[in-house]
Design a binder for this molecule. Structure first.
Ligand code: ADP
Length: 406
């Protein structure tokens, strides 16, 4: 019987799942449960030949949804002679507790709980997912893969904020960084593509999706990043502001009477490209609007690209220069105008755009988008966070199994 790894990404009202073949690394199927915990809960399973939607759930919480997904997969797994040998969970915040992926035993779960105040919207939903998976598959190893773990190699000079020390010591206020699974994957894939060891590369990876962040990578480890205690810091994003003067919070509260929670919500949900353009958080729509002369959209695109270029250049400091820049995420992989503008603004760092290569490189393609003579190389590498989770889960599960057998 062949083995399959189940990858789970549980949010408060959604469960994304996928099954991977750990040997071939192929994704066998995937799906999504939405409106989890409400009477409208529904599951879609994208079976290769006949996608299935289920909306008659008896129990709509994470436990009920996951049990039903596994139930529905039963026949298909039997038909393909597959057995689930590991479950990999995407976990958002590992605080200072986790610097790599781990087997989720009781001790590890207690540490994930301790990190919940750092991500009160995400960690409790992630924990509910792990508990549901442990209940449904009690004998199968569960592995946690954290968004923050890859950045635990940052030195204090990168992660400390200039705030009262007790905020750090007592409350954990520091930069943690996110998208670590993506930064880890694309940095090693880029080195492989270039045929050079990571130890030779001073690399910036730019994960540009609805949320966006940068990582500065030296010797294959993260030495700085643009996101902070939360994913609100740094670049301009779809609906998040990124960096701003913290004095703005008090000013808006005084002028409007808004609470801190309301202002934080506006900075997360009504700012970024959406706030600036008044039109959309979607880069495709904005670029289409710019082409029809929409000035607000043009401003949003300018602020997005200029903030990005400034931040990439800033990461030359911890790296002592930049020789490799990697674009990934929905925007990084697909948006030629964003990549072109950023590289044009970074020409002083030695990036020379290859217009044709840039135009060609979309939809899952990887490769350089700078000229052969360019002093610094920019390249596109499609990210695959689910695959990393599947690989880590398989590796850690195999280690425990062989330990138990020896
Ligand atoms: P998430 O962070 O939710 O995983 P994605 O990585 O899918 O998001 O990125 C979403 C962003 O990618 C959106 O702004 C979307 O407009 C952008 N995007 C996707 N395809 C294209 C494209 N062909 N051209 C420009 N932007 C694109």
């Amino acid at each position: 019987m062949a083995s399959a790894v189940l990858v789970l990404n549980c949010g408060s009202s959604s469960v994304k799942f996928a099954l991977y073949d750990p040997e071939s690394r192929d994704r066998l199927l995937n799906g999504l449960a939405e409106r989890v915990g409400t009477p409208g809960a529904a599951i879609t399973i994208k079976f290769p030949n006949a996608p299935l939607t289920i909306s008659d759930l008896d129990q709509t919480d994470h436990h009920g949804v996951l049990a039903r997904i596994l139930d529905e997969l039963e026949d298909w797994r039997a038909e393909h002679d597959l057995t689930i040998t590991a479950v990999g969970h995407r976990l958002v915040h590992g605080g200072e507790e986790f610097a790599s992926s781990v087997l989720l035993d009781d001790e590890a779960m207690a540490a994930v709980e301790r990190c919940s105040p750092l991500a009160p919207l995400h960690n409790p939903a992630n924990i509910a997912g792990v508990e549901a998976a442990r209940a449904a598959l009690p004998d199968i190893p569960q592995v946690g893969v954290f968004d923050t773990a890859f950045h635990q190699t940052m030195p204090p000079v990168a992660y400390r904020y200039a705030v009262p020390t007790e905020w750090y010591a007592d409350l954990g206020v520091r930069r943690y960084g996110f998208h670590g699974t993506s930064h880890r994957y694309v940095s090693s894939a880029a080195a492989e593509l270039l045929g050079r060891p990571l130890s030779e590369l001073r690399m910036v990876t730019a994960h540009l999706g609805n949320g966006s962040s940068l990582a500065a990578i030296r010797d294959g480890v993260s030495v700085d990043t643009s996101m902070g205690l939360t994913p609100l810091e740094g670049l301009v994003m779809g609906t998040r502001s990124g960096d701003l003067d913290p004095g703005i919070l008090g000013y808006i509260a005084d002028r409007t009477g808004a609470t801190l929670a309301e202002i934080t919500n506006d900075l997360n949900k009504r700012s970024g490209l959406l706030g600036l353009s008044g039109l959309s958080n979607d880069m495709r729509e904005l670029i289409a609007a710019v082409e029809t002369g929409n000035e607000q959209a043009a401003l949003a695109l300018d602020v997005f690209c200029t903030r990005l270029a400034k931040y990439i250049a800033a990461l030359a400091v911890p790296l002592g220069g930049i020789d490799t820049l990697v674009f990934t995420g929905g925007i990084g992989e697909n948006s030629q105008p964003v990549r072109a503008r950023v590289l044009e603004q970074l020409a002083f760092l030695g990036f020379e755009l290859d217009h044709d290569a840039n135009e060609r490189t979309v939809r899952g393609l990887s490769g350089p988008i700078t000229t052969a003579d360019s002093r610094a190389i920019a390249l596109v590498v499609p990210t695959d966070e689910e695959l990393v989770i599947a690989r880590d889960a398989h590796r850690l599960a195999s280690t425990t199994t062989s330990l138990l057998e020896s």
